[in-house]
Design a protein around this ligand. Structure first.
Ligand code: SF4
Length: 514
């Protein structure tokens, strides 16, 4: 599965060049120039030949495409590429699990796949354009019998329009319909070439026991899907539907299974993860769920992403203070430092209220790293509003920020607002903001030189003795150690150098057991 943004892909260790890229990507993620890491940031012509689908390939238990697919070499194979946030990454792991359970085999290239799937993001116009350009490549190159499907946010947003723009596509399925994927795939296997799953009025979440997880040590777990917040620029409430939380007992049962499988780090996911509302009689609060997950034997780290400032309470900070396994990192998107713009964005908090949450975090007994999302060039953003964003950054001194130019999205209220700020001006403001944030990161990271952090080791360089991993505060730390095997272990590392986007250091002793 090709994804955008994972240093470690398909559970394989990245090699030296890849590792360099992975590090570079981390740089991008921290400076906000890449694909959003925060969940909030919060994505003619040609005949479709009906892929013939039959069961019967030896070793396949169910009806994966098995013949007449541009040659037998492609039979029963799928390729899945993911765009966007961690929610999409994790959805793709579940989609892959569903396909594998139906007898498909995953391949690394669309050229060798019978079924080609794109799990899409539509949070920004650029992401949508990229996906349509990807689909356009198949106008002349789609092999006979190959099936192309569009999943996720763009699928939900564009719906059947995708069939008009790219008639070679056979499946359009939004994330709220993933639980129906087995049936939808069965319809494809039966030879149908126009399959849709586009409902959003569901109170179910997409749970499956078949998830194929990409990283052998850290894992995602969705606890709430959809969003009820209705920020004026955001497509998510439209593409992912209303908020649906998963029962706490079900979450904890899965965490126990994951711990039994050897996972030590769990990241709880949701578009607004801290708006979690346990639907069971237990009515566990989000902060209680965090502590309960952290208490599962074998779990050493718990992260959560993304928090909405309105629902971010003192109890979450107290949980982080009290439970060492809760990572000392909070991603708290602000979007703008101007209360006027926050109102226009329908963010439901003022600058002052947001800063109160920051004061709560900065006053914690543990040092908590804070990252954010920022939008420049929102309709009506005056130079004064922009200055207020810069001054808020100076006040908060974020450890990292994803920053973006506003782009109008379909089905959002801000589409009705005049998008009067020229692109060049948006670019100018973005460059100023990112330069400011870079300076802040240089200063904040430099202060960490000499400190010792525990690192979960996730990558190994081809260069002798070089490793990479993440600290609890979610910084990338590249380090040296003569120990032969450290992947998946927790290692104490002393920081010796700091850049704007990552740290470097050396292990102070060998990794302990997982
Ligand atoms: S509507 Fe607002 S809170 Fe909900 S996902 Fe979009 S940006 Fe986040």
């Amino acid at each position: 599965m090709r994804t955008w943004g994972n240093a470690l892909q398909n559970g394989r260790v990245v090699d030296c060049e890849d590792m360099g890229n992975a590090f570079d990507f981390s740089l991008e993620r921290l400076t906000g120039q890449g694909i959003p890491g925060g969940l909030e940031s919060a994505g003619a012509g040609g005949e479709v030949s009906s892929g013939r689908l039959a069961g019967g390939l030896a070793g396949l238990e169910s009806g994966a495409y098995v013949d007449n697919v541009g040659g037998k070499a492609l039979a029963g194979t799928f390729f899945l590429e993911t765009f966007g946030c961690q929610m999409n990454d994790h959805d793709s792991e579940k989609v892959a699990g569903v396909l594998l359970s139906r007898g498909y085999r995953q391949v690394d290239s669309p050229d060798t796949a019978a079924v080609i799937l794109y799990n899409t993001c539509s949070i920004r116009e650029k992401a949508a354009q990229k996906i349509f350009s990807r689909l356009g490549e198949y106008r002349f190159t789609k092999k006979e019998g190959q099936v192309i499907g569009v999943l996720g946010c763009l699928a939900q947003q564009e719906g059947e329009e995708i069939f008009e723009r790219a008639p070679w596509v056979s499946l359009v399925c939004g994330s709220a319909s993933y639980r129906k994927l087995p049936q939808l795939i069965a319809q494809l296997e039966a030879g149908n070439t126009r399959i849709t799953g586009l409902e959003t009025d569901t109170d179910e979440t997409f749970e499956t026991e078949m998830t194929r997880r990409d990283n052998p040590w850290r894992t995602y777990l969705t606890i709430i899907e959809g969003c009820d917040k209705a920020c004026s620029y955001c497509v998510v409430p439209f593409t992912r539907g209303p908020e649906r939380s998963r029962a706490s007992a079900s979450v904890l049962a899965e965490v126990r299974q994951l711990a039994d499988l050897g996972y030590t780090e769990v990241q709880l996911l949701g578009q607004t993860v801290n708006s979690y509302a346990d639907p069971s009689a237990r009515r566990m609060r989000f902060s209680e769920l965090l502590a309960a997950v952290a208490a599962v034997p074998g779990i050493r780290r718990v992260r959560f992403m993304t928090s909405h400032p309105r629902d971010f309470g003192k109890d979450i900070v107290e949980a982080i203070e009290a439970v060492p396994a809760l990572c000392d990192h909070v991603h708290l998107p602000v979007q703008s430092g101007s209360t006027t713009l926050l109102r226009a964005m329908a963010r439901t908090y003022t600058r002052e209220e947001y800063l109160e949450k920051i004061a709560m975090l900065r006053g914690a007994k543990r040092r908590i790293s804070i990252t954010t999302d920022l939008i420049v060039g929102f309709p009506g953003e005056t130079p004064k509003d922009f200055e207020e964003t810069l001054s808020l950054m100076d006040t908060v001194r974020y450890d990292g920020a994803f920053s973006f130019k506003y782009s109008p999205r379909p089905n959002t209220p801000s589409l009705q607002m005049e998008d009067a700020i020229p692109e060049e001006e948006k670019s100018r403001r973005l460059a100023i903001l990112q330069a400011r944030q870079r300076d802040i990161q240089i200063e904040r990271n430099a202060r960490l030189v000499g400190d010792v952090f525990e690192v979960l080791v996730e990558g190994k360089s081809r260069r002798e003795n070089q490793w990479m991993g993440h600290t609890s505060c979610n910084r990338v730390l590249n380090f040296t150690s003569p120990v032969k095997e450290l992947l998946g272990h927790y290692v104490q590392v002393r920081v010796t150098r700091a850049g704007p986007n990552s740290l470097a250091g050396e292990a102070v002793h060998a990794g302990d057991a997982r």
